[in-house]
Design a protein around this ligand. Structure first.
Ligand code: FAD
Ligand code: AMP
Length: 479
């Protein structure tokens, strides 16, 4: 086999592996280099997303949700169980099986599409060559006309709370605990902190989340964030806002068990808290360690992200970058779309990513989802808008499911009626947002959605009614 490829992807996360498959579909000779090893030490394709991110977190969210409902909310359905218990090794084992199924699935897709995988750390050398260092230290160099950097991101470590995998956890170790911690501290009330905090809270942990910022979920619509905050409180998540962690000391007892002593500052001064485990979820940083030889000409910005233009091009001939390693939201689907677009640009086709309609989803209970602009963004930009909203409390299906919490809120241009943003909190909104994204992608109006027949009784009626409510003609609520 010749070691010259049309394209080499460095990184097989959702950005790199999806791009690699698309490039192969387009007839290009493709390699994909990835260093991620699974629990068995073998190559595990799929990156953060499949191994220690989206998929395992959703597996644990689903299991813990079932357990929580059995303990706390099945009684209203007339269902009861004596002494429900959670078996943590089975709970984690199910997640591991799902991860293996999907990482193996990427390997099978590579085989089917004739993408050549390389297991090891890739380094871009000048002239579009890639040096691969395999786990046993052996080195080889392959080259290509194009190289796509898709090296993803890693969790940000706080200098005073370094990850040790035992007491101070990152996302990977928080997805792999051997037992339910009695007290779990979480630093950061972002997506990862809320999702993983929910998982362990539902299994019985006393969870305290410290968030440095004064507002809860500042990136979300405030009406949506308010509902979510109230519901998380009901779940028993203790969320302390304006609380900035300053110190985390691990103290090991004579029996080798450890506790973490936290010191944080809030409006009342210095506070302390003792927890059994601490999850640090203060964000992620682009991962480029060891990725670039000094003379490649690829630039990093002030946050360490690879600099690219709107076509994901680095400015160095034939070198592109996508996914979490570059600007834009750190979301799997954003990276995948960039991967597809770059493959198409390389093949001389018209690639496309619409950054204005990327959906955001938080898979807590209730779920939170949005796409497009917030009211604040519209106000700041001086764009006139109308608001429609509809509560799940008036949706028959949501009531029948005993999950009638939250609302859909739609923002449309005051003159053209074009949908500018949709914000949701409630049951199944991770799926409902897709309809709104389609409408926004097609530059649809609230009138368009209002005129579409929605099946009854479904949760999607909340989207329909919110669209009707933009023009004050919702049927099942006062306008
Ligand atoms: P990554 O998935 O990070 O993959 C990069 C790959 O490149 C890795 O396998 C890495 O080992 C490899 N690599 C890096 N450098 C090199 C090198 N030099 N040589 C060889 N290989 C290299 N996003 C969502 O959209 N939805 C979710 O529900 C969601 N949930 C999440 C939950 C958690 C707990 C976490 C941590 C993240 C979650 N994310 C979610 C974010 C999502 O995982 C990332 O946005 C996504 O994985 C980024 O894809 P990527 O391909 O850019 O990078
Ligand atoms: P995200 O970027 O969505 O992963 O969220 C990370 C969150 O962690 C942000 O809301 C930050 O404000 C928060 N954060 C960062 N540093 C600290 C800290 N030292 N103490 C508490 N919260 C923090």
């Amino acid at each position: 086999m010749s070691d010259k490829f049309d394209v080499i992807f460095i990184g097989a996360g959702p950005a790199g592996y999806v791009g690699a498959i698309r490039a192969a579909q387009l007839g290009l000779k493709v390699a994909c280099v990835d260093a991620f090893a699974g629990k068995d030490g073998k190559q595990a394709l799929g990156g953060t997303c499949l191994n220690v991110g989206c998929i395992p977190s959703k597996a644990l969210l689903d299991s813990s949700r079932q357990f929580h409902n059995l303990v706390h909310s099945f009684d209203v359905h007339g269902i009861s169980a004596d002494n429900p218990r959670i078996d943590v090794p089975t709970f984690i084992g199910r997640k591991d099986k799902i991860v293996k199924q999907f990482t193996g699935g990427v390997a099978a897709l590579f085989k089917a599409n004739k993408v050549t995988p390389f297991f090891g750390k890739g380094k871009l050398l000048k002239g579009n060559q890639v040096e691969i260092t395999s786990p046993d230290g052996a080195k080889q160099v392959i080259s290509a006309t194009n190289v796509v950097l898709a090296s993803g991101s890693v969790p940000i470590e706080l200098p005073f709370a370094k990850f040790d995998g035992k007491a101070i956890l990152d996302n990977a170790s928080a997805l792999d605990l051997a037992e339910v911690p009695k007290r779990l501290g979480v630093i950061g009330a972002g997506v990862i902190g809320l999702e993983l905090g929910s998982v362990w809270r539902r299994l019985g942990s006393e969870v305290t989340i410290l968030e440095a910022l004064p507002d809860f979920l500042g990136a979300a619509d405030p009406d949506i964030a308010k509902v979510a905050q109230r519901e998380f409180k009901k779940l028993g998540l203790e969320i302390k806002l304006g609380a900035k962690l300053g110190k985390a000391d691990v103290k090991v007892g004579p029996d080798k068990s450890s506790v973490v002593h936290l010191t944080y500052a809030d409006k009342d001064g210095e506070q302390s808290l003792v927890v059994d485990k601490l999850l640090v979820a203060v964000g992620r940083r682009a991962y480029t360690d060891g990725l670039l030889a000094a003379d490649t000409g690829v630039k990093l910005d002030e946050r360490g992200r690879i600099v690219v233009d709107e076509h994901c091009h680095t400015g160095v001939d034939g070198v592109w970058a996508i996914g979490d390693a570059v600007r834009g939201p750190m979301l799997a689907h954003k990276g995948s779309e960039e991967g597809v677009a770059v493959a198409e640009w390389i093949a001389g086709k018209a690639g496309h990513v619409n950054f204005d309609t990327i959906p955001w989803v938080i898979y807590t209970e209730p779920e939170i989802a949005w796409a497009g602009k917030t009211e604040k963004e519209l106000k700041d930009a001086g764009i006139p808008y109308k608001v429609g909203s509809f509560p799940f409390a008036a949706i028959g299906r949501a009531v029948a499911m005993n999950e009638a919490v939250g609302q859909v809120k739609m923002l449309a241009h005051a003159e053209t009626d074009r949908i500018l943003g949709v914000h949701m909190v409630g049951p199944g909104v991770s799926e409902l947002i897709a309809e709104c994204v389609v409408a926004m992608e097609f530059k649809g109006s609230s009138e368009d959605l209002a005129r579409i027949v929605h099946a009854h009784p479904t949760l999607s009626e909340a989207v329909h009614e919110a669209a009707l409510s933009v023009d004050k003609r919702a049927i099942h609520k006062g306008n």
